[in-house]
Design a protein around this ligand. Structure first.
Ligand SMILES: *[C@@H]1O[C@H](CO)[C@@H](O)[C@H](O)[C@H]1NC(C)=O
Ligand SMILES: *[C@@H]1O[C@H](CO)[C@@H](O)[C@H](O)[C@H]1NC(C)=O
Ligand SMILES: *[C@@H]1O[C@H](CO)[C@@H](O)[C@H](O)[C@H]1NC(C)=O
Ligand SMILES: *[C@@H]1O[C@H](CO)[C@@H](O)[C@H](O)[C@H]1NC(C)=O
Ligand SMILES: *[C@@H]1O[C@H](CO)[C@@H](O)[C@H](O)[C@H]1NC(C)=O
Ligand SMILES: *[C@@H]1O[C@H](CO)[C@@H](O)[C@H](O)[C@H]1NC(C)=O
Ligand SMILES: *[C@@H]1O[C@H](CO)[C@@H](O)[C@H](O)[C@H]1NC(C)=O
Ligand SMILES: *[C@@H]1O[C@H](CO)[C@@H](O)[C@H](O)[C@H]1NC(C)=O
Ligand SMILES: *[C@@H]1O[C@H](CO)[C@@H](O)[C@H](O)[C@H]1NC(C)=O
Ligand SMILES: [Cu+2]
Length: 620
């Protein structure tokens, strides 16, 4: 390819990027449909299916003759299918097991209109909403593509203790561990309410629940404790201002230093996530916490105007397996409670949703906004790039018009976009336009399209459908077009697995981004084979179960393939030797040819930026 031809190609691709159909989507939120039930909880269960679970309330769907509180959302048609859930799944937690079954755990007693549960009301479905007591509930779903699957919500499978606001995490063998919660709910877990459930248990059960001192010491702010399995096989837990490491195999607790600046756990509800675990960082977990509120233990009694209290701007990180120090990170542009972090395939994080003042929760206090304990919706989404130097990690993403307050959720989708829905800081359904309510029940589903959306997207061949721990590497093929017509881009290509997690209360339980080791063989025509290692031989880096596999070329992700990590069964996973990759090869001729092209590209990019500022040169 000659210099002048590549210039033409480049200008043409600019023209394409500016065509109206695509140029409008990057960095925008688009309304796509209605969710049927408000998305308090949401997860991607199949490549084109998102599952939504709400608390029992007067939703706009009917199931068995009463309002329903779960739907399946079809991403191809943007329509929903009502689904039956027996019990009140109010503030339940969830995760996906190593065999692909999703769990939804806990909830509240049965309620009537207005979200109230007067003494003596039926706990077995004999009320207007037909809901059963969900306090001990354990609900199972095997997602499907043919609209036949239903939640299995069978009291015979229930837990032995009540858990309202429990956190779930999946373990190395694909089973689940369930943390904490309380018996009867409330804004926080006031010690004098005597309803704390400071225990941990497994599912499938391994016997009596185990009491954690940590979940007693962290009262009253220990609901939905923040929990991550670490590559060491220990578990990191954060609640109130405290933090610890749990050796869950021996149930030994190790306290570490308090988290600086703010409470991050619900209802302070910071945005939290794990940075990508990569070959460069030796698959070390670094966890980030952004926002929350600096309310002290004695300030949680909502007798004062919490909605006027600004949320925290503080961001901190910790890498618990290697260094127990808390580090300050680039702060937020403005305080945020209930921000939600999404791991993007290109290695950045997206922060969206939430509010500038107040916290999660609701009530009828005179100072509440309607019933909301938060105000000042944060409509601006941000990218956070852990690869950038300190001081320049945040950049603006997109702006929505829909407040996503308490009880909203979001998750990455298989095509690299992000679905956002929910918001209902109210005891029951509140319709748009209800006087006195700024924050109504939200059914609108939006998709956020990250800035890579409009770029030439790679469509590699031979995308895998499963990964093992160690074992033979695989080959994925890329054409010159996949490499954006630059043969050298094969050396900027990454292979990434993402578990999207179970989204609720601004946590995406189990969300993880793991980059695999790669090498490549470049062909003389500029196409290439990407050699992709299996996962490192350690299931604690990425637990077994369904996930998304992306190939990312120079920051632009492909559509993902839907994969099963591990052997698809619960139990110890087969572990092989770490994959041994071939040496990377690329012909000297390609380097000479495309090396020059790269220099030309740099000039073009400079020109493009200048043109954009002047906004005259590229007005196609
Ligand atoms: C409620 O359901 C009706 C009938 O399906 C539909 O027309 C309407 O748009 C829905 N409203 C909301 C807010 O979802
Ligand atoms: C996964 O394992 C659980 C626990 O044994 C079981 O209830 C569920 O049916 C299994 N799912 C599949 C798809 O086999
Ligand atoms: C707030 O008041 C409304 C209207 O009276 C009632 O339906 C609702 O249950 C109350 N909510 C709470 C959290 O007390
Ligand atoms: C990477 O982490 C593993 C433990 O997960 C450790 O054994 C190994 O020494 C580390 N390698 C480097 C280069 O730090
Ligand atoms: C949010 O908090 C700030 C700081 O306390 C206050 O100035 C502002 O008025 C609050 N906003 C609302 C809508 O209450
Ligand atoms: C990605 O998938 C969508 C369908 O979900 C399809 O329309 C699009 O062409 C795919 N893009 C690539 C680059 O494979
Ligand atoms: C893994 O994928 C390969 C190739 O796509 C397939 O041949 C094999 O049967 C799969 N294994 C499992 C356990 O699904
Ligand atoms: C992968 O590609 C390399 C060379 O490009 C080849 O030697 C190897 O046999 C291929 N492996 C598989 C599993 O196709
Ligand atoms: C890939 O890029 C790196 C650094 O940019 C360079 O050191 C390496 O030699 C390149 N690999 C090949 C095979 O060209
Ligand atoms: Cu809640």
């Amino acid at each position: 390819m000659t210099r002048s031809l590549s210039t033409v190609v480049h200008v043409l691709s600019l023209a394409l990027a500016l065509s109206p159909a695509s140029a409008q989507l990057a960095n925008t939120f688009q309304y796509v449909g209605l969710s049927g039930a408000s998305a308090q909880q949401m997860f991607l269960g199949r490549p084109d299916r998102v599952y939504i679970v709400d608390k029992t309330e007067r939703n706009n769907i009917t199931v068995d003759g009463h309002p329903g509180w779960a739907t399946e959302y079809d991403l191809q048609t943007n329509t929903f299918r009502p689904m039956a859930v027996l019990s009140n799944s109010f503030c339940a937690g969830g995760t996906v097991l190593g065999n692909g079954t999703w769990l939804n755990v806990g909830g509240n007693q049965a309620i009537e209109m207005g979200g109230v549960s007067p003494p003596g009301i039926s706990q077995t479905g004999q009320n207007p909403y037909g809901d059963w007591d969900g306090g001990k509930a354990l609900r199972l779903l095997d997602p499907c593509d043919d609209e036949t699957c239903e939640w299995l919500d069978d009291p015979a499978l229930y837990l032995t203790s009540r858990r309202w606001y429990p956190t779930l995490e999946t373990l190395e063998d694909g089973t689940a561990i369930i943390f904490g919660g309380c018996e009867w709910g409330g804004y926080v877990n006031f010690a004098n309410n005597n309803q704390n459930n400071p225990t941990v248990e497994f599912w499938p059960s391994r016997g009596e629940p185990f009491t954690l001192d940590f979940l007693i010491k962290t009262l009253p702010v220990n609901l939905f404790p923040l929990v991550w399995l670490l590559p060491s096989g220990n578990i990191f837990i954060q609640a109130e201002f405290q933090a610890m490491i749990l050796d869950y195999k021996n149930m030994i607790e190790y306290d570490i230093a308090d988290i600086p600046d703010a409470v991050r756990v619900y209802p302070a509800s910071a945005g939290t996530a794990v940075f990508p675990l990569t070959p460069e960082n030796n698959w070390t977990s670094t966890i980030i916490f952004c926002g929350g509120t600096d309310l002290e233990a004695d300030q949680w009694n909502p007798v004062w105007a919490i909605t006027k209290y600004p949320a925290s701007t503080s961001c901190v990180t910790i890498s618990p397996d290697v260094d127990l120090t808390w580090y300050q990170d680039d702060p937020l542009d403005a305080g945020r409670s209930m921000g939600n972090f999404i791991n993007l395939p290109d290695g950045r994080l997206l922060l969206l949703n939430g509010a500038g003042n107040g916290t999660a929760g609701y009530g009828n206090n005179s100072w509440a906004v309607g019933q909301s304990y938060a105000d000042e919706p944060r409509l601006q989404a941000w990218y956070y790039d852990p690869a950038q130097p300190s001081g320049s990690r945040w950049s603006k993403a997109g702006l929505t018009t829909i407040p996503r307050m308490y009880h909203s959720s979001c998750t990455l989708l298989a095509d690299g976009s992000v679905i956002v829905s929910g918001s209902n800081p109210n005891a029951d359904y509140i319709s748009p336009g209800t006087p006195g309510y700024t924050f109504v029940t939200q059914y609108q589903v939006e998709i956020f399209y990250p800035d890579y959306w409009d770029k030439q997207r790679p469509a590699p061949g031979n995308m895998p459908s499963n990964f093992t721990y160690g074992g033979e590497y695989i080959n994925v093929t890329l054409t010159m077009e996949d490499l954006n017509n630059d043969a050298l881009n094969i050396n900027k290509t990454k292979a990434v697995i993402i578990r999207t997690g179970f989204s609720t209360h601004t946590m995406n339980m189990g969300q993880r981004h793991v980059e695999l080791e790669t090498s490549f063989t470049s062909n003389t025509d500029g196409s290439a084979t990407l050699h992709v290692a299996q996962l490192p031989p350690n299931p604690a880096i990425l637990v077994p179960g369904p996930a998304l596999f992306f190939v990312v070329v120079d920051g632009v992700p492909s559509n993902s393939s839907w994969i099963m990590v591990g052997n698809g069964q619960l139990g110890d996973q087969p572990i092989g030797e770490a994959s041994v990759l071939p040496q990377s090869t690329i012909s000297a001729q390609l380097v000479a040819q495309y090396g020059k092209r790269d220099e030309l590209d740099m000039e073009q990019r400079g020109f493009w930026h200048w043109g954009k500022r002047g906004s005259l040169l590229w007005d196609f």
